[in-house]
Design a binder for this molecule. Structure first.
Ligand SMILES: [Zn+2]
Length: 157
């Protein structure tokens, strides 16, 4: 069946399944580890970012690792602070999550996706972002979303 280019593009982006998001994220974790090991002859656990994730929205892909949230773009930061009821770097009084607001790889990935969406003149629907499993690059262990990220990114937290 003939499909006009617009629909072809959507069909192709939908082919990036959850499994291949996980595969992309494993490759991202390997790049992180290679970089740490290249720069430091004896890397310690503190040299690795705690978590890394790969995210997808409307065909745009972003990868990010956990770090303090102060570098996030203002509108993403405002969105996250409003949803979680506190400032970046503090604990959310709504979720009581152990992770500081703005710290998670998922939240940084949503920031990068928002930058791409904004450049394309589109709005960011945070609840529509698909995430790979979050992985700790140093150990390759996977972790589920924390309570902050569930509230931000899942339709029914
Ligand atoms: Zn989180």
């Amino acid at each position: 069946m003939f499909l006009p280019p617009y629909y072809c593009k959507i069909a192709l982006s939908d082919m990036v399944s959850k499994r291949s998001l996980d595969q992309l994220n494993e490759a991202y974790c390997r790049r992180i580890c290679n970089k740490v090991e290249r720069l430091l002859s004896k890397p310690e656990s503190k040299d690795y970012p705690a978590m890394a994730v790969t995210a997808k929205l409307n065909g745009y892909i972003s990868e990010a690792h956990s770090s303090p949230g102060q570098r996030m773009k203002l509108d993403v930061r405002n969105h996250i602070e409003k949803e979680l009821g506190g400032k970046v770097g503090t604990k959310s009084p709504i979720t009581n999550c152990y992770n500081p607001i703005g710290n998670c790889a998922e939240q940084h990935a949503s920031d990068y996706l928002n930058r791409k969406m904004t450049r394309a003149g589109k709005t960011t629907d945070y609840k529509m972002i698909q995430f790979s499993a979050a992985m700790r690059p140093r150990t390759k262990m996977s972790f589920p979303k924390c309570e902050n990220c569930k509230l931000l990114f899942e339709k029914t937290p």
